[in-house]
Design a protein around this ligand. Structure first.
Ligand SMILES: CC(C)(COP(=O)(O)OP(=O)(O)OC[C@H]1O[C@@H](n2cnc3c(N)ncnc32)[C@H](O)[C@@H]1OP(=O)(O)O)[C@@H](O)C(=O)NCCC(=O)NCCS
Length: 379
């Protein structure tokens, strides 16, 4: 998401063969920035326009200490093995990665998850460095106000056995390498309840697609099971996150009693949401989505009537807000709450021609179906 540093066109002006180096030490997350280039435009060549100050464009967004001297950065690397994660250990687990080709072997890797908050000594500064990754990987992201003590932080590390000799005594036989993290805000809900909302969620690219995101999500769910928790929501999920969440939530809902009797002609009922909320703290909107995915899984798309009914149900759900809006305007007129002129005006601005509406609903349906089919493939 480099446009978040360099603007919508993702261009850097003024250099030939430019290489920007952004290094992070894997445990402490110390940062090193540097620039290499074959040539740089001068002011004379550009009518006084300076080449972009690339390092400043990055560091100004970082809001944390950055090192520009490679010797200094390298000297600190010897302290990396002594790093101990902040907060309390929640879980330790192994993942067996599948070989990508014949030359690779299946490998068991150890990971651990820590939970921290802003009262853990040193964590605020660590978080300052950690959050700089977000700008590269999450669309339209912004930093959070860490002073607010309703934030929870879940940080994942790979736990690597330390090999080789070290001159200094080590605090552990392992080195902890940063893998990714998530922030969760505990929103207040009336009267004395909590609605945790997953805000930022990142697994670094080298660690993606081995199940770690799903594992982190599962651990977050199991951290908020208390009676006071209403349900868990997600702030502005990315497509990749939504896909991962759908797969996981579908698997959860397949354990619920309503799934056992689910059939292509089952209608949505609030009881389904209630059960999913009670057992897994899933929110109603997401359960409705899961219901539609699982129903599509059972629907025979070669049976014209069954398939037609499924499409109709989804389109009715999509059309419901529009229908409600039009009904509200009609009701206002019946109650004589608006004048005839205002009624006409409201209808004119809110009513969408039927033909256009049907075309739009068909398009929306197709997008939804293709998303759902991707999830079904993984179930
Ligand atoms: C979205 C994100 C968190 C997913 O994390 P992840 O660790 O890759 O998630 P998982 O490995 O659990 O699952 C992702 C995919 O890998 C697949 N997968 C899981 N384990 C696998 C394995 N052992 N081998 C191959 N594939 C696997 C999943 O089925 C899923 O497949 P799909 O994308 O084709 O549907 C990660 O891609 C990310 O951080 N993206 C950038 C930031 C972002 O979008 N954050 C969310 C903001 S709300």
């Amino acid at each position: 998401m480099s446009y978040q540093f360099f603007g919508e066109n993702e261009n850097i002006f003024g250099y030939k063969d430019l290489i920007v180096k952004v290094y992070y030490s894997c445990s402490q997350l110390n940062i090193y920035l540097s620039l290499n280039y074959a040539d740089r435009l001068t002011k004379d060549q550009t009518d006084g326009v300076e080449p972009d100050n690339v390092l400043k464009m990055i560091s100004s967004k970082y809001e944390t200490k950055v090192c520009y001297n490679l010797n200094e950065f390298s000297a600190n690397l010897s302290k990396e093995p002594a790093f101990m994660p902040y907060g309390e250990l929640m879980e330790e687990f192994e993942i067996e990665t599948k070989p990508i080709d014949d030359h690779q072997q299946a490998e068991k890797r150890r990971f651990c998850l820590y939970k921290a908050n802003n009262s853990v000594p040193g964590f605020v500064a660590y978080h300052e460095r950690m959050q700089t990754f977000l700008l590269w990987f999450i669309e339209g992201v912004s930093y959070i106000e860490i002073d607010d003590d309703r934030w929870d932080f879940f940080v994942l590390y790979e736990k690597l056995p330390l090999t080789g000799k070290s001159s200094k005594p080590l605090s552990s036989d392992y080195q902890y390498c940063f893998v990714g993290y998530s922030t969760v805000y505990r929103y207040y809900a009336y009267p004395q309840n909590v609605r945790p909302r997953i805000s930022q969620f990142l697994i670094l690219p080298p660690f993606q697609r081995i199940g770690l995101g799903s594992k982190l999500l599962a651990s977050i769910y199991s951290n908020y099971t208390d009676k006071s928790i209403v349900d868990i929501t997600v702030e502005d999920p990315s497509d990749d996150f939504q896909r991962m969440r759908d797969i996981y939530d579908c698997k959860l809902c397949m354990q619920l009693s309503w799934y056992k009797t689910l059939a292509p002609n089952t209608e949505w009922s609030n009881e389904m949401a209630v059960e999913a909320k009670m057992k897994f703290k899933l929110n109603s909107k997401q359960v409705r989505r899961v219901f539609e995915i699982l129903k599509l899984k059972l629907t025979n798309r070669n049976d014209p009537e069954q398939y037609r009914q499924y499409r109709l149900d989804i389109k009715q759900r999509l059309n419901a807000p529009y229908k409600k809006q039009i009904n509200d305007i009609e009701r206002l007129r019946q109650r004589k709450a608006i004048s005839d002129t205002n009624y006409e005006l409201l209808m004119k601005t809110n009513q969408i021609p039927r033909e256009y509406r049907i075309k739009n609903l068909n398009k929306q349906y197709e997008e939804i179906e293709s998303e759902y089919l991707q999830i079904i493939e993984k179930l």
